[in-house]
Design a protein around this ligand. Structure first.
Ligand code: LLP
Length: 427
């Protein structure tokens, strides 16, 4: 048995998502298969927005930039945090308005900056080099570009080191102490209009205290840049709210996050007599639990451990390998059976590190069983690869009891797509 999640259920011993039988979907569409529940995605978004009724929510597209997902969130009113030209392209295709996006990134190409200016998207500037280049590019286009600075607030978010982004040692942002002089330079530059301030301290954060600490530091900066004449239209405090992946794990709710940071934001804006928009950039909270990954058991082997070999590995879900992340696993065709043994679930990739879950208590697992890996809607498919010559899998969306393909399974031809054989080697 697995921990309760509203949109997952059990019918006739089979796992269901959004009321649809996972075993039937695996038979119809094949495995591996990502399956997203549309109503859960919408509910997550609405829960976050209602905790921050006056804020703009810029969904972090990197969590999952499938067009259908972006379109659903656009319908809900989301803007987007985009971190590359490709994410910007997808967000525009999904109909998200350019004036509801922020172009983030610590190492943007000139072409990306040109695209942001051309499309009228605000830029979160990560360095003075970038600021100067952006001023030139905007000048060439005869445009004025609205910018924020990405602040490195030097706050420890108490999360996995690979996803802590606001430590003073981190590659992101402008050191806290140098931010005011960066605004001074921006005020003096042609074609640049500083209108915002931005930070993002990390991801999968399970305590509101670091958010409050960074909000305090950011609001002090708001006061200082206000004093030098910057008229701030927005304060963007980033994303990072964690979700409970492990049984018994507790994560703050969006309203707990709101209780921790809104008073800090409101008190300072009131005392300064300014009314910038608050922007937040959740990715994981919106997507994570909306999606499962279905994978077929190829082999069960009793060796050093009880290894269950499935048809998805770190090519399709990198998180366990990259961050030692825990994802709950359900034997989808035996969803009401009690655990009978301990299993280590491994993928088909030719690397010893390709372990998706270690020592899990599961019902008796046999060849042909279907495993569901839970909470993979953020940084799941979006971090996938074709490593080992494995075409990426399909994605399905479940809505009103129906399942529809939203991304086709790749073919062998997709492995060859864009490859060019020099003519001397042809024939
Ligand atoms: N804003 C910015 C500028 C970000 O860099 C990120 C995430 C977010 C918002 C959204 O953060 P979220 O609400 O999703 O925590 N691949 C990793 C997570 C990397 C997050 C990178 N930045 C993982 O699978 O855990």
């Amino acid at each position: 048995m697995f921990q309760h999640r509203d949109h997952l259920g059990i019918e006739n011993g089979h796992l269901t998502i959004g009321g649809v039988d996972a075993v039937a979907m695996a038979e119809k569409f094949g495995t591996p298969l990502y399956v997203t529940d549309e109503s859960r995605l919408r509910a997550n978004y609405q829960r976050f927005q209602s905790a921050f009724p006056d804020a703009d929510i810029y969904y972090a597209a990197k969590a999952n930039y499938n067009l259908t997902i972006l379109k659903i969130l656009a319908q809900e009113g989301a803007g987007a945090d985009v971190f590359s030209d490709g994410e910007l392209f997808c967000a525009l295709k999904a109909g998200i308005s350019p004036d509801r996006m922020l172009f983030n990134g610590n190492s943007k190409t000139d072409a990306e900056l040109e695209m942001a200016v051309r499309e009228g998207v605000r830029v979160s500037v990560d360095s003075l080099d970038e600021l100067r280049m952006l001023s030139k590019i905007a000048g060439v286009q005869g445009a004025e570009v609205e910018v924020a600075f990405r602040v490195n607030p030097d706050v420890s978010p108490k999360t996995h080191p690979k996803i802590a982004t606001g430590l003073k040692t981190s590659k992101f942002g402008i050191p806290h102490a140098e931010v005011v002089s960066a605004y001074k330079e921006a005020l003096a530059l042609k074609n640049i209009k500083p209108v915002g301030i931005h930070c993002h301290i990390g991801s999968q954060i399970l305590d509101v205290a670091p958010f409050a600490e960074s909000a305090r530091k950011m609001m002090e900066l708001v006061e200082r840049v206000n004093k030098i004449g910057v008229e701030l239209k927005f304060v963007d405090l980033g994303g990072g709210l964690g979700v409970p992946y492990k049984p018994g794990e507790k994560a703050p709710s969006p309203s707990e996050l709101a209780d921790a940071i809104l008073p800090i934001f409101e008190e300072r804006t009131k005392s300064l007599g300014i009314a910038p928009k608050l922007i937040l950039e959740p990715g994981r909270y919106i997507g994570a639990d909306s999606t499962i990954l279905l994978a077929r058991v190829n082999t069960v082997k009793r060796a050093y451990k009880n290894f269950v070999g499935i048809d998805a590995g770190f090519n399709l879900l990198l998180r366990p390998v990259m961050y030692d992340a825990h994802h709950d696993i359900v034997v989808a065709n035996k969803a009401n059976q009690s655990p009978s043994d301990t299993y280590t679930v491994v993928g088909p990739i030719c690397e010893s590190g390709d372990v998706l879950a270690s020592d899990r208590s599961l019902p008796k697992v046999e060849k042909g069983d279907l495993l569901a890996i839970l909470d993979v809607g953020a940084y799941g498919f979006s971090m996938s690869s074709q490593y080992n010559g494995r075409p990426r899998c399909a994605e399905v969306l479940v809505c009103d009891g129906k399942a529809e393909i939203v991304r086709k399974r790749e073919s062998y031809d997709d492995l060859l797509k864009n490859q060019v054989i020099p003519s001397r080697l042809k024939g």
